[in-house]
Design a protein around this ligand. Sequence first.
Ligand SMILES: Nc1ncnc2c1ncn2[C@@H]1O[C@H](COP(=O)(O)OP(=O)(O)O)[C@@H](O)[C@H]1O
Ligand SMILES: [Mg+2]
Length: 457
Amino acid sequence: MNRSIALRLAAMFAVAALVVFALVGFALHRVLENALDRHQLEQLNTKFQMMKYTIVRTRTPDRWEKVTAKLDTLSPADGNTEFWVWSADPRFQYGKSLPEVIAAMQGKTGIGEMMIANRPYPMKTEVEEIPAEGQMPAVRFMVGVDSAPFFHTRHAFLIGLLVLSTIGALLVTVLGYVIARLGLKPLNKLSQEAQELSPKNLSQRLQLSALPTELSNLGASFNGALDKLESAYQQLEMFNADVTHELRTPLANLIGQTQVVLSRERSKEQLVEVLQSNLEELERLRAIVSDMLFLTRADQGERASRLVSVSIAEEVNKTVEFLDFIMDEADVKVRVQGDASAQIETSLFRRAVTNLLHNAIQHSKAKAEIVVDVSGDPSEVRIAVSNPGDEIPKEHLPRLFDRFYRVDSARANSTESHGLGLSIVKAIAKMHNGAVFASSGNGITVVGFSVMAEGLK
Ligand SMILES: Nc1ncnc2c1ncn2[C@@H]1O[C@H](COP(=O)(O)OP(=O)(O)O)[C@@H](O)[C@H]1O
Ligand SMILES: [Mg+2]
């Protein structure tokens, strides 16, 4: 779900606030209840002691009236506190003798509770018995304090708590939302900045210094992605420029020749000759396009499949056989030395070796010997093709495997060369998890590649 972070945080704040308010409210409620309870008991006890004192001092029926008068003054008008005295002798009695009162007084002594019909809340009571002495029989007396104020206070407190908690939670939610919005400002800024990026200003980056630490990682990754994108984009642009450049000449040739031929009547022989030359150009174009398609597929991460374990020297020898004719024509020989086994896709492997041998043949003098050296360790097999001939100046070596790169730019438009041979070798090496290498010195040029011995696992 795409809910906003601010709303989500606000909701979480609200839940947190409710939990906190509930816990605090519960604790406060307990404290209040205890305090009220203690207060009520104190009140009860004070009244009880006063009453006991009054009764104990008065033990004759003629003085009993004083007791009742005293109890009358002690009883407040609001009926919050009531006194009762009961004994078998009706002369020593006090208070309305409701059945529930008599039951309570005859029950257990000490602190208790009692419900009276016309009161909505129970009364807290304390009962005691004074044994018979002189003219006075044993009397039981009881003080009752109404719990209504206690319940009312508790009720008011609960309502207050509920209202305050609700208002508090609402406030926290609103404040939480505002805080979250403020806190998320940098994110908005980031997204705004990101929105302003476009292919036209690919070199632009997000300003990391302005970002809080939580976002700077994201910003850095984003900038990293932009770096890669920019370099890929530049590569693509360069590639496009190269392709345009590379295809323009043969196309111009084709158009020019065709226009010249069409400008007046031609003999059949002349037409055939031109068509043949056009065919050569067209084949060259086709070769460039299919090489480029191959490179594109390799770029997209295509790997060698259909791997078979073979002897590399044997595979090189088979490739050399195919080039017999060209070697004879150039008057060069090829020697294969060393061997190792590796898992390769043979058609790709032969294509790479063919390209290397083509280059070696092209750049060798007559009677030269080209050496293909196969060496391997447990992880990697290297195939190095060396030939005596023109050295490649040092500064060209790093770019040798780039597309359309040629050391001698004058050769750019010869039919033999279109500058993709070594980039294809590099692509094939990469498809086998390998690499390429080149060196040139002492009249000998070595160019080669490696493949993983164990395939791609
Ligand atoms: N064995 C070699 N000796 C000297 N130069 C070489 C050799 N192999 C490759 N090169 C140089 O590297 C360039 C790139 O080779 P490549 O990609 O095969 O393109 P192409 O052969 O079509 O020109 C060549 O133009 C050439 O200048
Ligand atoms: Mg070549």
